[in-house]
Design a protein around this ligand. Structure first.
Ligand code: FAD
Ligand code: DHB
Length: 390
């Protein structure tokens, strides 16, 4: 088999890259390890930056998002029982769209199918070869048959646990990492949201987040141990803890049937550079941020927007300027977003060290500053809605 760009991984990064390349008239094949059913039902992100939503709309894959997604003009921060609204729209003129990642994935798969794009699900034994020559290829197994896909370029969009990053020799890449001493217990519930906008709460018991997916489905997260056993969290305990951490006078949290529970450990991670020969990393394969700033999916979108443009320019003009500058340009945004995600995390979580009381006083001071300073609130707002893509 031959194509112009071989894309490993059919998450948001790989599928969107394939679609954007198609809009430029460039062929690609997406190789995904899991089934279509699995990738379309994996519950993950829910917040799209303004730039992400605009890009999806402009690329012609935003119709359902525009119909079913919910545009929010602000977010709530809470310290103990005191709730503070950060009015994004007023401060920045921009907002966010609440729309599930699995819906974005579904829209992209459907559109790739309609355009006769090639997305192969349930591939195994993927190996990336000869990326430092001008004839790279990917070997894999599909439907029991070993195959080879030759391409001009290989895009490693295979997430944090993929194989592409490790193809880059250890001596030519640098890894920066911070593992956080907690995780998130994520919960999906069939109940109308109890708030019109997200609530990020810092309570003496730890962090809690109230998010949503639709008028009938709510999404919650609770700070927990990184290896927290799920069976210690029966539904009643989850609701009681959410009520405690999110509670504020005059406000009621509505409960309902819980349909999904997961624990996610939290880390900050960057592997530099994002390019090795004709292999380009994009999304979680190259970087992970703690989810507090709602940035992972948005960062993946920003990478592939740049990569599609660089590949298209190369095919149109022969210029390698975009490809050569890809890694450095992405890393600039990656580190800005790492900083914001760490800051949002350190403002709202308990790290539990010997200076925990000191830490909480610092968090209180930052919260008070956000309440009293338009400059502080604007800094949060402009990062949360997302800095311009390019
Ligand atoms: P992935 O979504 O991980 O996709 C990679 C794909 O590659 C997968 O489908 C995988 O099956 C496939 N793959 C892996 N290995 C191979 C292989 N060897 N061969 C073939 N295929 C392979 N981000 C936000 O922006 N906003 C949020 O609100 C937010 N909330 C989050 C909440 C949680 C609980 C979690 C866990 C994450 C959250 N994120 C959020 C992060 C976001 O989900 C990720 O950053 C995003 O999925 C990255 O997309 P990706 O395509 O790079 O990687
Ligand atoms: C969601 C996830 C996040 O990480 C976040 O910061 C906000 C919302 C969500 O899944 O809805």
């Amino acid at each position: 088999m031959r194509t112009q760009v071989a894309i490993v991984g059919g998450g948001p990064a790989g599928l969107l890259l394939s679609h954007l390349l198609h809009l430029h008239g460039i062929d690609s094949v997406v190789l995904e390890r899991h089934s279509q059913e699995y990738v379309q039902h994996r519950v993950r992100a829910g917040v799209l930056e303004q730039g992400t939503a605009d890009l999806l709309r402009e690329a012609g894959v935003g119709d359902r998002m525009l119909r079913e997604g919910d545009v929010h003009d602000g977010v709530h921060l809470q310290f103990d029982e005191e709730r503070l609204r950060i009015p994004f729209r007023e401060l920045t003129g921009r907002g966010i769209t609440v729309y599930g990642q699995q819906e974005v994935v579904r829209d992209l798969v459907e559109r790739r199918r309609r355009d006769d794009g090639q997305v192969l699900f349930e591939v195994a034994d993927v190996g990336v070869h000869d990326v430092t020559t001008d004839r790279p290829f990917v070997r894999f197994t599909h439907e029991g048959v070993e195959r080879e896909l030759r391409a001009d370029f290989v895009a490693g969009c295979d997430g944090f646990h993929g194989v592409c990053r490790d193809t880059i020799p250890a001596g030519t890449r640098t890894v920066y990492e911070r593992v956080h001493p907690f995780g998130w217990l994520g919960v999906l519930a069939s109940v109308a949201p109890s708030s019109g906008e997200l609530i990020y709460a810092n309570h003496a018991n730890g962090f809690a987040l109230h998010s949503m997916r639709s008028a009938e489905v709510s999404r919650f997260y609770l700070q927990c141990a990184p290896d927290e056993p799920l069976d210690e969290w029966p539904d009643e305990r989850i609701w009681a803890e959410l009520r405690t951490r999110l509670g504020t006078p005059g406000w009621t949290l509505h409960d309902g049937p819980i349909t999904d529970k997961t624990v996610t450990a939290m880390r900050s991670f960057v592997a530099e550079p994002l390019r090795h020969g004709r292999l380009f990393l994009a999304g979680d394969s190259a970087h992970i941020v703690p989810p507090t700033g709602a940035k992972g999916l948005n960062l993946a979108v920003s990478d592939v927007d740049r990569l599609a443009d660089a590949v298209a320019t190369y095919h149109r003009t022969g210029s390698t300027t975009g490809l050569d500058g890809y890694s450095a340009a992405c890393l600039q945004r990656v580190w800005r977003v790492q900083n914001f995600s760490w800051w949002m995390t350190s403002l709202t979580h308990h790290f539990g060290g010997p200076d925990a009381a000191f830490e909480r006083r610092l968090q209180r001071a930052q919260f008070d500053y956000l309440r009293t300073s338009t400059a502080a609130a604007t800094t949060l707002a402009e990062n949360y809605v997302g800095l311009p893509l390019r």
